[in-house]
Ligand binder design. Structure first.
Ligand code: GDP
Ligand code: MG
Length: 163
């Protein structure tokens, strides 16, 4: 099946928006309301002669953060098992949440390459705010904007270098 990249993170951080940008589709449902991606979505990405599959994780059908934990555990476990590279998306406009901490705890123990993605960095100023994600213990965050595409090319360069 080739290389697989999984997008994980708590609801509403922009995973589906990133999936759509990477696959240049409107395949994944993006919504203002957290919890709209019902199923795992698979798509194809081509970047600089590399082709890989990308998975948008989701599966939550409820809207309260504390009951997401069990669901997110499943999604992250599957991603670790299935993917060659993991994109852990956080929301720079929201800062670090307990659920981010929880996912980071799991990902720090996994042997696969993990990219910490500070999404919603719609302008350069957000890089200063993004520095707080360093506390997650997964290295420097990559500042991107899934909405306007800022930083996504540099990120893809780094991702395909892991294959
Ligand atoms: P998911 O639950 O993680 O899949 O998040 P979605 O992709 O559904 O996005 C949740 C919300 O964040 C939507 O309102 C998106 O339009 C918004 N969003 C996603 N990416 C960005 C971004 O780069 N910048 C801004 N400002 N909003 C974003
Ligand atoms: Mg989604």
């Amino acid at each position: 099946m080739g290389n697989i990249v999984a997008i994980v993170g708590r609801p509403n951080v922009g995973k589906s928006t990133l999936f759509n940008r990477l696959t240049k589709s409107r395949q994944a449902i993006v919504n203002e309301v957290a919890g709209t991606t019902r199923d795992r979505q698979y798509g194809k990405v081509e970047w600089c002669g590399h082709e890989f599959s990308v998975i948008d994780t989701g599966g939550w059908v409820v809207n309260s953060e504390d009951i997401f934990e069990e669901e997110i555990n499943k999604q992250v476990a599957l991603a670790i098992e299935e993917a060659d590279v993991i994109l852990f998306v956080v929301d720079v406009m929201n800062g670090v949440t307990n659920l981010d901490d929880h996912v980071a705890d799991i990902l720090r123990k996994c042997k696969k390459p993990v990219f910490l993605i500070a999404n919603k960095s719609d302008s350069n100023e957000w890089q200063y705010t993004a520095a707080e994600f360093y506390s997650l213990g997964l290295g420097d965050p990559y500042c991107i904007s899934a909405i306007n595409g800022a930083g996504t090319g540099d990120l893809l360069d780094e991702v395909v270098a892991k294959f």
